[in-house]
Design a protein around this ligand. Structure first.
Ligand SMILES: Nc1ncnc2c1ncn2[C@@H]1O[C@H](COP(=O)(O)O)[C@@H](O)[C@H]1OP(=O)(O)O
Ligand SMILES: [Mg+2]
Ligand SMILES: [Mg+2]
Ligand SMILES: [Mg+2]
Length: 351
């Protein structure tokens, strides 16, 4: 199957949602709430989830959706719901045909709240399931750093389509990876990464209008691992900086890691701006969420990479809303992955 329509709808839906998040990014007040697990959520997360679910529903009404957010807190907070509605109602793609392909406008605030709540699928190994993270790296988004709008289609447990918008990454694939974030104007920034299983991975500028022509992306060859550039989370609570430093040392890597929030890490290594992404667990009981990895996993694999957990197992997206059988993430070019994994094992065994 080509998944041509799924890719198109996903790209346009993510593009439109990213436009909404960019508007919020430049506002001081982001309408931040704290969720039950103490993590933040903003009007950008809610608005982006509403627009993307609306688009999926219009084109693929019987598909299931595993989305990160839900609307219960908004039903008790009219002022915040009004604020999100104003944003959602005024975010459109400039290209009319494209706007039509993502279902046009949402009709009412009630419909918007319903859309947000349609991301409650339990996931699983059967049928067509979209995994949606409307803003991945909300902490980065609040800090003025990297973040991503992420969408993937999983069919019978396997990822078929992955799309990532990274509004604060440089457009140019060859820009050296850095922890620097958007300048005020955002000029030269904003990338849309895509992949379809078996068809390779691409990047293009995240424009406001019709989608620009994309180019193929590939992971870089790493002839000498000691020169590899590795990236990791900014948040020390999301992955173990000390284990990652030990692994880098074991590999003979002397360069400082590049710390960035969100799946921008997967996109960055897929286009060869960086080489490795290490995500070593901090807490043994944390289960990674499928929406935090699905799009990035496919984009890296289609760009010539291999993605496993710390034990060398492929990430298993067929087990529900979380990656319950995996611990951590190791993403690297195929040719060096085993070597990196040996270093991971040796560091973890010595603890
Ligand atoms: N203890 C944890 N370990 C790993 N990832 C976590 C943990 N707590 C939250 N996350 C998730 O990590 C993702 C961000 O990763 P990164 O730090 O690499 O940008 C977020 O989606 C965040 O979830 P949440 O959306 O609930 O905040
Ligand atoms: Mg996330
Ligand atoms: Mg999120
Ligand atoms: Mg979150």
């Amino acid at each position: 199957m080509s998944y041509r329509k799924e890719l198109r709808v996903a790209e346009l839906a993510v593009q439109r949602a990213a436009l909404l998040t960019q508007r919020v990014f430049h506002e001081k007040a982001k309408g931040t709430l704290s969720k039950d697990d103490k993590s933040p959520v903003t009007i950008g997360d809610f608005g982006a989830q509403a627009l993307i679910i609306h688009a999926i529903r219009r084109s693929f009404p019987t598909d299931e959706i595993v989305g990160e957010e839900e609307a219960s807190s908004l039903r008790e907070n009219k002022a915040l719901a009004d604020q999100i509605w104003r944003l959602v109602n005024s975010t459109k793609l400039e290209d009319e045909a494209a706007e039509e392909q993502v279902g046009g406008p949402i009709k009412s605030q009630r419909e918007m709240l319903q859309a947000i709540d349609e991301g409650q699928s339990p996931g699983g190994s059967r049928g067509r399931i979209w995994a949606l993270d409307p803003i991945d790296g909300t902490m980065g988004f609040l800090r003025g750093g990297q973040y991503a709008v992420c969408l993937a289609l999983i069919v019978d447990g396997h990822i078929k389509v992955g799309v990532l918008a990274c509004p604060n990454l440089p457009v140019d694939d060859s820009t050296p990876l850095s922890a620097d974030v958007a300048n005020d104007s955002g000029e030269g920034r904003g990338v849309l990464f895509s992949a379809v299983l078996g068809s390779g991975a691409t990047s293009r500028s995240l424009s406001r209008g019709a989608l620009e022509k994309s180019q193929s992306i590939h992971m870089k060859d790493v002839p000498n691992i000691t020169h590899a550039i590795f990236c990791e989370s900014v948040e020390a609570g999301h992955s173990s900086h000390s284990d990652q430093a030990d692994i880098a040392k074991k590999l003979g890597i002397t360069r400082q890691s590049v710390r960035m929030d969100s799946q921008a890490k997967y996109g960055s290594i897929a286009r060869g701006a960086g080489d490795l992404y290490l995500r070593l667990p901090v807490r043994a009981d944390y289960e990674e969420k499928i929406w935090d990895h699905a799009a990035g996993d496919l984009i890296v694999r289609e760009a010539g990479g291999h993605v496993t957990d710390v034990e060398g197992r492929r990430l298993d997206f067929s087990l529900g809303r979380t990656l319950k059988e995996n611990k951590g993430v190791i993403a690297a070019p195929k040719a060096v992955h085993e070597h990196v994994l040996d270093a991971v094992r040796s560091v973890l065994d010595s603890k």
